[in-house]
Write a protein that binds this ligand. Structure first.
Ligand SMILES: Cc1c2[nH]c(c1CCC(=O)O)Cc1[nH]c(c(CCC(=O)O)c1C)Cc1[nH]c(c(CCC(=O)O)c1C)Cc1[nH]c(c(C)c1CCC(=O)O)C2
Length: 348
């Protein structure tokens, strides 16, 4: 931690290597999204969200749009965490205004219908091609982030067949049929390793693991199904690609954020809006680069409140490695001008 400055290296990689910076690197979750008119136009051209994900040229185009408009320090591959279940054979579709729908897994028969961990690549080839295009086309100072959902979060959608407020169906399977549940987590862990390995081979420089529903796992279940899979994925990716930086995002982990990055072997830890940045500086930054955590609501409302909240986060985290981001994705009702205000506040 706190290495000597490595000028010349990309800013985001310097933060992940442990360097504290006066002006932190910045990117936003969902920075390519519906709040941008150019995204809405490209999405209309693609037809629907999934067609956009699997159209390499258009997916690369929407990834580049926020980089052109704002000059963020990182671009994140445009794809979705649910492409893995799609590749494994769980039919996936999106209902406009509602969200994802998939076939459900309620027992061993549902699991048996899925493909193996090595049978996903034909389906995911367009994603790897998107990464290759981006590796060629991004400005040299911009870091390319690849990603996947964490096994638990992806499993919650595969088991319920949709998003759920409390991940109830996944908790039920976990408790009532631990063999099926455990086998699903193992399959997802192994498939995710192969998927992310291919993203890195195609040119992704950093990997982020999104565990959006980690907070609904408590105690030993958190350790077994949020921490352990992230640790397995990180260890295997780093074995295959020594030096690869990994960012973990066990959203709403609360006290369980403490020690998570170290236990997993992650270089960065993304924090949600509920975490106090001063607490993160004290408890999390000694172990890892901290990424976060402005409330996305400020991107809708803007003004002096946005400026003050942004400065408070930068100040609280400036003595250690920090990547500025939101605590969750930017929303479709965000005002694109507020992103300029955010960047002026951070960069001066
Ligand atoms: C749970 C989850 C999903 N997807 C994702 C998560 C984990 C993070 C989180 O909690 O937000 C992650 C995700 N989704 C998307 C990305 C691309 C990278 C990025 O911009 O951050 C990433 C990293 C694009 C997307 N994924 C989705 C959109 C909106 C699609 C559109 O209508 O154009 C985008 C830009 C769709 C999506 N995808 C998913 C849902 C529940 C929805 C519907 C909700 C919504 O419409 O906002 C599953």
């Amino acid at each position: 931690m706190f290495d000597a400055p490595q000028t010349g290296r990309k800013k985001l990689l310097r933060s992940l290597a442990g360097e504290a910076m006066e002006v932190p690197p910045v990117w936003l979750m969902r920075q390519a999204g519906r709040y941008l008119p150019e995204y809405r136009a490209t999405r209309a051209e693609a037809g629907d969200f999934l067609s956009l994900c699997y159209n390499s040229d258009l997916a690369a185009e929407v990834t580049l749009q926020p980089i052109r408009r704002y000059g963020f320090d990182a671009a994140i591959l445009f794809a979705d965490i649910l492409l893995i279940p799609d590749a494994l054979g769980a039919d996936l579709w999106f209902v406009t205004g509602e969200g994802p729908r998939l076939s459900t897994i309620t027992g061993p028969e549902g699991l048996a219908k899925l493909k193996g961990k090595d049978d996903i690549h034909d389906h995911l080839a367009p994603v790897y091609e998107t990464v290759r295009i981006l590796a060629r086309e991004l400005p040299e100072e911009t870091t390319l982030i690849g990603f996947a959902g964490a096994p638990w979060t992806v499993a919650t959608y595969m088991i319920a067949g949709r998003g759920t407020p409390d991940q109830g169906p996944a908790h039920k399977l976990r408790q009532e049929d631990p063999a099926t549940f455990g086998a699903l987590i193992d399959l997802l862990t192994e498939a995710t390793i192969e998927y992310l390995d291919c993203q890195v081979q195609a040119g992704a420089e950093v990997i982020k693991i999104f565990d959006s529903w980690a907070g609904s796992l408590k105690g030993a279940a958190f350790d077994a199904f949020a921490l352990e899979p992230a640790k397995r994925i990180t260890a295997e990716l780093k074995r295959r690609h020594p030096g690869l930086p990994v960012i973990a995002f066990p959203r709403e982990a609360g006290e369980k954020y403490i020690g998570f990055a170290k236990a997993v072997g992650a270089d960065g830890l993304a924090i949600d809006t509920k975490v106090d940045p001063a607490w993160a500086a004290e408890h999390l930054q000694p172990d890892s680069c901290v990424q976060g955590n402005l409330d996305p609501k400020y991107m809708v409302t803007g003004g002096q409140e946005l400026v003050d909240a942004t400065r408070a986060i930068v100040d609280a985290l400036k003595h250690g490695p920090h990547i500025f981001n939101l605590g969750h994705g930017i929303t479709p009702d965000a005002n694109p001008d507020n992103v300029h205000l955010l960047l002026e506040t951070i960069r001066g």
